[in-house]
Design a protein around this ligand. Structure first.
Ligand SMILES: Nc1ncnc2c1ncn2[C@@H]1O[C@H](COP(=O)(O)OP(=O)(O)OP(=O)(O)O)[C@@H](O)[C@H]1O
Ligand SMILES: [Mg+2]
Length: 247
């Protein structure tokens, strides 16, 4: 089954078009990683699915529903789409608990409490400091809080924009394990934008290479990881992306 279908999307900012006729589909319960050079439109693509950027042409379908014109809130509350933007998205002056409460704003009070307890069990580092201000957390812990907050409403679709940025190797391992478990245990569909293709592709099912706002390659993660041309052309590394990956 298909979780997300983008058909002929054109999107951008003001007069500048960033995405040109982008079509792709993401199977349910899979992890899809999007890679590509800086400025190629990866974040814009996630924003189009999350509803924080509009497309001027094309359509967005999630879980069978046409969400092309749906509000961001309706995508979260009614269609189970969670989005963690690239730039850290926590409320610094609020506590960790308060941030989680905001993440669960669309839930009833009882369910919200239950979810907070479940989430704090998954993230013990956050549980230890539940009443501390979010801006007292390290960059990596803040990233974790952004993820925890997005998970509050038990989303069906999770959109993560460079979640590994600034994480230590240990936190990076934790993050990717967590993402894999969401797919394997809860059948969450994950779309991951990652610079760190070495870490992301081995846990991914599919890979999409975006170049200058167009889909340059759409294949299995395995094919993308083992294609030296992709590494050389689009990531400028010239090495095989599977090298050093603990697939
Ligand atoms: N809010 C905005 N207003 C105007 N232009 C924007 C905005 N956000 C992004 N852009 C432009 O859109 C293009 C694509 O940006 P986008 O953030 O989608 O790229 P990206 O692939 O995520 O890059 P990166 O790897 O650096 O995160 C860039 O040229 C960027 O300057
Ligand atoms: Mg980006």
């Amino acid at each position: 089954m298909t979780a997300i279908t983008l058909s002929h999307i054109t999107a951008g900012y003001g007069k500048a078009t960033v995405l040109h006729d982008v079509s792709l589909s993401v199977p349910s319960g899979s992890i899809t990683t999007i890679i590509g050079p800086n400025g190629s439109g990866k974040s814009t693509l996630l924003k189009v699915v999350a509803g924080t950027a509009r497309c001027s042409a094309g359509s967005v379908r999630v879980g069978g529903a046409d969400l092309t014109t749906a509000s961001e809130r309706s995508r979260i509350a009614e269609h189970g789409i969670a989005y963690v933007p690239q730039l850290s998205n926590v409320f610094g002056p609020l506590t960790i608990l308060e941030n989680l409460e905001i993440g669960g704003a669309t839930l009833s009070r009882r369910i919200r409490r239950q979810r907070i307890a479940e989430i704090l069990e998954i993230y013990p580092d956050l549980a230890h400091r539940a009443r501390a201000r979010a801006d007292s957390l390290s960059g990596g812990q803040r990233q974790m809080l952004a993820m925890a907050r997005a998970l509050m409403p038990s989303p069906r679709v999770l959109l993560l924009d460079e979640p590994s940025a600034g994480l230590s190797p240990k936190l990076l391992d934790d993050l990717f394990r967590n993402v894999r478990e969401l797919r394997d245990r809860r059948q969450v569909t994950v779309v991951l934008v990652e610079q760190n293709a070495h870490a992301a592709l081995p846990i991914s099912d599919h890979g999409i290479v975006l170049v200058s706002g167009e889909v340059a390659r759409d294949a299995t993660a395995h094919e993308i990881a083992h294609d030296p041309a992709i590494a050389e052309l689009y990531l400028g590394t010239g090495e095989n992306l599977a090298d050093g990956a603990n697939a």
